[in-house]
Write a protein that binds this ligand. Sequence first.
Ligand code: UD1
Ligand code: UDP
Length: 433
Amino acid sequence: MTATLTERSEGTAAHKGFNPKRKLENRDRAAVVGVKSNVTIVGARGTVRNNVLALAHLLQEASRVVRHNIIICGASALTSVKIASVVGARPQFIKAAPVSREIRQHHEEILVHTGQHYDESMSDVFFEVLDMPRPDYNLGVGSASHSRQTAEMMHGLEDVFEREKPDLVLVYGDTNSTLAGALVASKMGRPLGHVEAGLRSFNRSMPEEINRVVADHLSALLFCPTQTAVDNLVKEGISRGVHLVGDVMYDVALQSAQAARSRDILQRFGVRKGEYILVTLHRPASVDDRETLAGIVEALVRSGRTVVFPIHPRTRKNLEAFGLWEPLRAKVKAIEPVDYLDFIALLMGASKVVTDSGGVQKEAYFFGVPCITLRDETEWIETVEDGWNALVGTDTADILDAIEKFNPSGTKSKSFGDGHAAEKIALILDKFV
Ligand code: UD1
Ligand code: UDP
């Protein structure tokens, strides 16, 4: 028996009077994809095994509840679309990993790496440890001034979108790769989705703030990690397409914690759990000015603590140029950037974290490690409100004081979702497309 789809039913099969979710996990959900006279067509998504289970269950339920013929179709009965995901910098590989996994359950994903980060330790290792598909395209853009770098990315992305004709473009976070993806998608009339929408530092001297604002104002779908992010968007007049899904970095952190525990990086660097401070730095405001960077190095050296410092290439370059590399190395375990699992292992073992990173502030919070942030403001205000993050700026004495005295102990609210943000994004994409 065949039937033509004349009507696409929104929502899940529950919408039609039966509830496939009752015995199935969220990811195995099935949907009624078409209804014509007395014929219902059902399709399912998920792995092949899960599809079979979902369909069997649906058939059983549906024949009892809906008194008409059921036609079973495979996942292809659901509208599958082409989504182009644009990534380019270290934190974006981490954010894209769980989302990519989810959207590939049902849709075609074209993964585009702009090449903003290119060292093996800043790029390739993440695809390996996070078990991500290799990029379909690497634009190889590399480093340059902001405008040149963004323009190069736009050039390359236009060619890719022209060729692939994606139904939707997905961008992550707030880097120049995010900005380029957002602008090109909009110029080419492709709907845009922004993962980690609504974050604001209210500091327009940060390049990231410009990138976020532009991406948010161009997006049809805005996936917010926190209620604060939703509120920020409302204040800017954006409420359509806004979804509070939770933080995809929380998803990855939960999924990776066990694997990270089995890493031996503490032994490799000769440090013991709870007996060292972990440091990361890469923001222009902390590392591009000699005096500021020298003040931070002085605080680390004078702290008298064991310090483990995986050094971002931007920071390494500046430490060397400013003549600070040797004094730092004499007192601090200055190491190459590490892969995500090693970093989480180092983080879980640290007594405190000193950082200017956005992602690391959150990860410290997830794992209950006191965080000393070398900035005057943060987008992740919940970590400060809950008492686990101290904003101390870059003054040497203030950093030393915080290393000595900052010892939070309060409970942590669940401000970053339930660890299923990526699944929620995939569900919303299903309906949108
Ligand atoms: C970029 C993002 C920032 C994000 C950070 C994550 C922008 C404007 N900035 O900052 O939001 O927090 O990534 O890490 O998009 N370099 C290498 N090898 C690499 C990558 C960079 O040597 O693989 C060096 C180059 O000298 C380059 C410098 O680092 O000029 C800065 O790289 P860039 O991507 O421009 O900015 P980030 O500081 O990494
Ligand atoms: N990270 C890593 N190895 C390192 C340092 C950081 O895997 O040596 C991870 C860290 O776990 C976090 C992310 O990189 O998830 C943060 O990236 P970064 O600080 O470069 O950028 P930001 O989050 O500030 O945009």
